[in-house]
Design a protein. Structure first.
Length: 152
């Protein structure tokens, strides 16, 4: 049975990029994985720090979608890996939500976004669910590391 998530207030709200689970990555502290992801669209520019300092994940997302900012030319090629790095670091940093992720076993994880057909499943379920796929990959990495450390 798939595990659906979307709102940060739900049982699996920590799976959302808007959840308030900050981490350090690339020499800076990021309040949410959304802050990190959106900022990486403008790597090497002052926009990175402006987005990192956004008061909320929603504000960071809005700033990252502003097309007045100079989107990096390789964005489409690197965005999946950037999301993976952010999600992995978030769950490595916070033991409480790592346990929630691991508790989902082998269940399919689905971002139940009615508007996002790339990261989520979209209103009609036909979306790519790339965030869910990323979370399942991170879950497997964490599980493998856990079993390796138990052997040591």
């Amino acid at each position: 049975m798939p595990v659906y998530f979307y709102s940060t207030r739900d049982r699996y709200g920590s799976f959302s990029n808007f959840s308030a689970h900050g981490f350090e990555l690339d020499g800076a502290y990021w309040p949410t994985s959304e802050h990190y992801f959106q900022a990486q669209k403008f790597v090497g520019t002052p926009h990175v720090d402006q987005i990192r300092q956004a008061k909320t994940a929603k504000e960071a997302a809005k700033m990252g979608r502003e097309r007045s900012r100079p989107l990096r030319s390789d964005w489409e090629a690197v965005k999946d890996d950037i999301m993976y790095q952010a999600v992995l670091k978030k769950f490595q940093t916070h033991a409480d939500i790592r346990e929630i992720l691991l508790s989902t076993g082998e269940e399919e994880l689905v971002e139940n976004s009615p508007i996002d057909y790339y990261w989520g499943c979209g209103a009609d379920g036909s979306g790519k669910n790339q965030l869910g796929i990323t979370l399942m990959a991170v879950r497997q990495i964490l599980r493998d590391r856990q079993s390796t450390s138990q052997l040591l």
